[in-house]
Design a protein around this ligand. Structure first.
Ligand SMILES: NC(=O)c1ccc[n+]([C@@H]2O[C@H](COP(=O)([O-])OP(=O)(O)OC[C@H]3O[C@@H](n4cnc5c(N)ncnc54)[C@H](O)[C@@H]3O)[C@@H](O)[C@H]2O)c1
Length: 390
């Protein structure tokens, strides 16, 4: 049996270099750096300056054909994820992809099918699933402690970004290079958690504010209304233009309410189900008796390192993945449906018309204006960016 997994990282930019330093620094047991790949010579120079002995490739095919790696970590711009992952799986490699799985549900579907056929481990970097407050909410919902969900509201507007961020890479915030804005770049974590905890909606209506706060051609604000099969409703609001923003998730169920805010979770639990109370209680209104559970985890979880460790353990010992790659299609279905709704001006049922979505996205990509951009982000400030803030 393989004792150690040799990881090849493709895309050693912002997040890729964080993974490079983490694995290269020996922080993941059973995982070593096998090789790195980037089309930008400067990024390869950076890799050389940190770990001169790690083989470097300018071409992805050369890296996956080198025999030097057992798994590929894909941290290139999103539109390359599915294509690269499918190639790597085809070479018999295990794959860990950065989020989002790709930019279209159709591409994610192709990748999921390839992963299924390959029998290899396929994970996705939904690092916020390791945050204990979200895991706790999931447990309260799936155990039935919250009863049946009536409504969820997530206001996640503290993904603030400046114009300088948007100018830091020519692929950013363009239909052709990134395939979307806040819904594709920052919010996938939250959209994934939303569906992980509350399940998948059956219908989406959305309003996207395109270039509302920045000089960009994609959305920097989105408001999504969701309907679920059981009649529940949901609202998801995100923005990169609010300063300060907020991060508050409220899930209301027939047995009480969960609020996640400021890094903690409060569960106000009713003594019995509200649906029974409503039809058995003789008073017209009353203050309910509640049990209040307060959950304040001591830290925010293992984040990216925990996902990397879990991926290594899954390949080496069959550990269950925290974020199976195939689940990447769920949050992408929500964001694709949100775009489709905002472009067509109506409600979109899930599953939606993927061919229509791909056609409309292609039209936008064809009209996409290449950005002057060019400035490079600093990798020091980068390390702060991904963190869950409350
Ligand atoms: N999980 C997280 O917390 C998290 C955080 C940030 C970014 N991400 C995701 O990681 C991905 C990369 O984001 P980033 O901010 O690091 O971008 P970035 O632009 O800083 O880095 C991308 C790197 O990929 C390289 N690249 C592009 N095309 C390539 C190719 N064909 N072959 C090899 N290398 C290529 C670029 O040269 C660059 O160095 C995005 O999909 C993003 O959504 C995830």
């Amino acid at each position: 049996m393989m004792k150690s997994l040799r990881l090849g990282i493709v895309g050693v930019g912002g997040i890729g270099s964080a993974h490079f330093n983490c694995v290269g620094g020996g922080k993941i047991s059973g995982m070593t750096l096998g090789a790195v790949c980037d089309i930008d010579p400067e990024r390869l120079e950076y890799c050389k300056s940190v770990y001169p002995d790690i083989p470097r490739f300018a071409d992805f095919d050369d890296m996956i054909n080198s025999g030097l790696i057992d798994a590929a970590l894909i941290s290139t711009p999103h539109p390359l994820h599915a294509e690269m992952a499918i190639k790597a799986l085809g070479r018999g490699l295990h794959v860990l992809s950065e989020k989002p799985e790709d930019i279209t549900v159709s591409a994610a579907r192709r990748l999921n099918e390839a992963a299924e056929r390959s029998g290899r481990v396929f994970g996705i970097m939904f690092n916020q699933r390791t945050n204990p407050v979200f895991a706790k909410a999931k447990e309260l919902v799936s155990s039935g402690a919250l009863g049946e969900i009536k409504r969820s509201v997530w206001i996640i507007t503290n993904w603030y970004r400046t114009q300088s961020y948007y100018d830091s890479g020519s692929w950013r915030a363009t239909w052709s290079g990134e395939g979307g804005g806040v819904l594709l770049n920052q919010a996938p974590h939250n959209l994934d958690l939303w569906q992980w905890i509350c399940g998948m909606p059956s219908e989406i209506t959305a309003f996207c504010g395109v270039g509302k706060y920045h000089n960009i051609e994609v959305e920097d604000e989105a408001t999504i209304f969701a309907k679920y099969k059981n009649g529940a409703t949901g609202v998801f609001i995100t923005s990169t233009g609010d300063l300060p923003g907020t991060n508050r998730l409220e899930i209301s169920g027939t047995r009480g309410i969960i609020v996640i805010e400021r890094g903690g979770l409060v569960f106000k639990k009713l003594k019995s189900d509200e649906r029974e109370i409503c039809f058995s209680e003789k008073r017209s209104w009353f203050e309910p008796e509640l049990e209040t559970e307060v959950f304040e985890p001591k830290d925010s979880g293992g984040a990216h390192a925990e996902i990397l460790q879990n991926f290594a353990n899954s390949v080496l010992y069959g550990e269950k993945l925290i974020a199976p790659g195939a689940e990447g299609i769920n949050e992408l279905s929500i964001s694709n449906a949100a775009y489709l709704s905002s472009w067509t001006g109506g409600a979109v049922s899930l599953p939606f018309d993927e061919a229509l979505f791909d056609k409309l996205l292609k039209e936008r990509a064809a009209a996409s204006s290449a950005k002057a951009g060019g400035g490079k982000q600093t990798h020091e400030s980068y390390s702060e960016r991904w963190q869950v803030r409350f």
